[in-house]
Design a protein. Structure first.
Length: 97
């Protein structure tokens, strides 16, 4: 097969304990083509008017994060819990002021 087929990553899937209608669930996810993102690069996309950062991590970046002592973290979760695929990291920027 063609190794250059589009790679898609579902970003920002919000799941709540309450039942949501199909139209609300449709707004809770988005797909972006990540083919052109090289290792170590970050892109910024907009989702619902807010910036979302998507980073393709290098093996070294992944190893660094996996080695963090979670006892030192404010939110004590391992990297494996925070990401679905270690190669990709996504985060939303939220300004608090």
């Amino acid at each position: 097969g063609d190794d250059r087929r589009p790679v898609r990553l579902g970003v920002i899937q919000f799941v709540s304990s309450m039942s949501a209608s199909k139209d609300v669930l449709a707004l809770a996810s988005a797909e972006f083509n990540l083919d052109e993102i090289g290792e170590g690069q970050t892109i910024t996309v907009k989702w619902r008017g807010k910036p979302v950062f998507i980073k393709r991590r290098t093996p070294e970046m992944i190893a660094t994060e996996e080695a963090v002592n979670i006892a030192e973290l404010r939110d004590q979760e391992t990297d494996a819990v925070r990401v679905q695929n270690p190669e990709w990291l996504g985060g939303m920027a939220i300004c608090t002021h």
